[in-house]
Design a protein around this ligand. Structure first.
Ligand code: 2YP
Length: 261
């Protein structure tokens, strides 16, 4: 497995602390808390535009890489309080790449619909929303192929753009269950648990999800541990999730995914 280990100090530390929590959700929350105050840095996976490799950089995260590192730590087996580096990397590769295979830029799961489908197909995620919400939304994604200038590996590669178009076409056949913002009570819903993965469904044309984080109840209200581009670091949201959503007109609802071990 070709991989670039930027195995920051934090990965190592977090790998040694995740064992003490019991429930899956607790493991997710305890690993996420280990990232608090870590700087928000976008595009940490796009440093090298001609070689796609597994990159591990727990010292600079965006909303998606934070969730990926926390999930990879949480589904990895532990032995007397330690998660083995190799297991972490193997699981991260399964989470980030289609069926765990690194095969160029487009094998990375860029759209969260693709990322979620992959996790469900490979048995480490379940879609909790599907079981609890009747609201569905058609998937319609073309953001990356229509904004290639925003992606280094697309801006200069007609081949990659063509591959992304194919992926977008396949993803746009489906629909997803979600909870519209107006149906999400202030304190959350009883079936959303600590440690669940929250994906913010968006009305941005051609995009499915615009942000991600980890559910965390603070004094009984559903909040979020997330890599915040406005706070420029990983934080626990100061306000409830519903309040966060009211302040962003690009977010129209949420999907809830749960890790399965
Ligand atoms: C993803 O964006 C990228 C992946 O290419 C990248 O932009 C897209 C469709 N995918 O590998 C991954 C990790 O860097 O990020 C995320 C982005 O959220 C940012 C990172 C954030 O809020 O911190 C995922 O897609 C999750 O929500 C969207 C959002 N992208 C855009 O809004 C264009």
């Amino acid at each position: 497995m070709m991989s670039k280990f930027l195995f920051g100090s934090l990965c190592a530390l977090a790998l040694s602390t995740s064992a003490y929590a019991q429930e899956n959700g607790d493991v997710m929350v305890s690993n996420a808390i280990g990232f608090l105050d870590i700087p928000y840095v976008a595009h940490t996976l796009d440093l090298d535009d001609d070689k796609e490799e597994l990159t591990i950089n727990c010292d600079e995260v965006d909303c998606t890489t934070l969730v990926e590192y926390v999930l990879a730590m949480s589904i990895s087996p532990t032995e007397d309080g330690q998660v083995a580096e190799g297991d972490f990397a193997d699981n991260l590769q399964k989470i980030r790449y289609r069926d765990g295979k690194v095969d160029g830029y487009t094998s990375r799961l860029h759209y969260i619909t693709d990322w979620a489908n992959n996790g469900i197909r490979n048995g480490f995620l379940e879609d909790i929303t599907e079981k609890n919400s009747p609201y569905v939304k058609k998937v319609s994604v073309n953001y990356m192929s229509t904004h290639p200038e925003q992606y280094r590996q697309l801006a200069h590669s007609a081949e990659n753009v063509a591959k992304m178009k194919e992926i977008e076409k396949n993803l746009s056949q489906g629909e997803i269950h979600y909870i519209p913002m107006e149906n999400l009570p202030y304190n959350g819903l009883p079936w959303i648990k600590n440690g669940d993965i929250i994906a913010f469904v968006t009305n941005i044309p051609g995009l499915d999800v615009a942000h991600m984080g980890i559910a965390f109840y603070v004094e009984g209200k559903l909040s979020l541990i997330h890599a915040s581009s406005s706070s420029k670091k990983v934080v626990v949201s100061r306000v409830a999730l519903t309040q966060m959503m009211k302040s962003n007109d690009k977010w129209i609802g949420i999907r809830v995914l749960r890790m399965k071990k």
